[in-house]
Ligand binder design. Structure first.
Ligand SMILES: C[S@@+](CC[C@H](N)C(=O)[O-])C[C@H]1O[C@@H](n2cnc3c(N)ncnc32)[C@H](O)[C@@H]1O
Length: 300
């Protein structure tokens, strides 16, 4: 026999002890709504008591409910794939308004370290039909699988079919961007019109100080910006690698656009890497909604 259900007062108090009263009331409401509407297929059936117990132990709400809004999309979320963040959503929308592809002037887009696929999928959703073919590369099989499922629930095809010119297409690719074999894939054919990336950018020192709700649930590979043997431990290794690839493999078309999300206080270092190592001089820095320098953008 299942244990008797806890009273609403008990659930609220349990959550409030972990989150504070205001957040607890709000999240309890969301949990009830999610149960009423029905959880996504990939989320095992559970009671509100289980949801509250998991949340009170520090698990992110998005992993419990299995979704996270991102622009107009409602994306699936699943451990250990990084939960899309609001700052990424903000600049992705801004980018969609900065570049204006059309069916007559379509663009190719490469999203490096694609995770849930949030960046290319939102762009595929916002740009006109038939105006973009996006490719997302990631080292994690969990991420590639989730990005494929996200494309499916967003109605974005993942293989170019006969009517591809009438649709926006997203192709997820499994690969390590530090491994040269990844770049010989027939799916990754440079040059691209647009390169986006929100790579891992947390230094080891910062990682130690992250909250358990991040460190215990999200893939360390999605967070740590430097291989352990890297001489420079400031979280910048992925930017150096992407800049090197851009220069050596001519990843970007002339007149092409890049947008790289950066961590706190990294914007000027990354801008220098983009200029000196990728050879893209025309750069600017975008702030996030909280006034932090968050994205380095550039035009070749
Ligand atoms: C910060 S997360 C970003 C995910 C997604 N773009 C977003 O904004 O939510 C970084 C992603 O990089 C992937 N990653 C880490 N190392 C990688 C590598 N060497 N090659 C390709 N992808 C890598 C991780 O699996 C993770 O999904």
């Amino acid at each position: 026999m299942p244990p008797p259900a806890r009273s609403p007062g008990y659930l609220l108090t349990t959550l409030a002890n972990a989150l504070g009263r205001v957040a607890a009331a709000r999240e309890l409401q969301w949990m009830k709504q999610a149960l009423q509407v029905g959880l996504p297929e990939h989320v095992p059936k559970m009671s509100i008591d289980t949801m509250v117990a998991r949340r009170a132990r520090g698990e992110p709400l998005q992993y419990i409910l299995g979704t996270q809004p991102f622009g107009l999309l409602n994306l699936l979320t699943r451990r250990p794939v990084l939960i899309p963040r609001p700052e990424t959503e903000h600049w992705t929308i801004r980018l969609s308004q900065t570049i204006a592809p059309s069916r007559d002037t379509p663009v190719s887009l490469l999203d490096i370290c694609t995770g849930s696929g949030c960046i290319p999928l939102l762009l595929c959703h916002l740009w006109p039909r038939g105006s973009v073919h996006a490719i997302g590369v990631d080292i994690s099989a969990d991420a590639v699988q989730l990005s494929r499922e996200n494309a499916s629930i967003c109605g974005i095809p993942t293989a170019s079919g006969s009517d591809a010119c009438h649709q926006n297409v997203f192709t997820p690719v499994l690969g390590d961007i530090f491994d040269s074999a990844t770049w010989s894939s027939r799916l990754l054919l440079p040059p691209f019109d647009v390169i986006t990336s929100n790579p891992p950018y947390i230094s080891q020192e910062e990682y130690e100080g992250l909250s358990p709700s991040v460190k215990d649930y999200e893939d360390p590979r999605a967070l740590l910006g430097d291989p352990p043997d890297s001489v420079d431990q400031r979280g910048l290794s992925f930017y150096h690698r992407i800049a090197q690839l851009t220069a050596e493999m001519k990843l970007l078309k002339p007149g092409g656009f890049i947008a790289f999300e950066v961590g706190e206080k990294q914007a000027h270092d990354v801008r220098r890497i983009v200029q000196d190592e990728a050879g893209i001089q025309d750069t600017e820095i975008w702030q996030d909604p909280w006034g932090k320098e968050r994205v380095v953008v550039g035009r070749s």
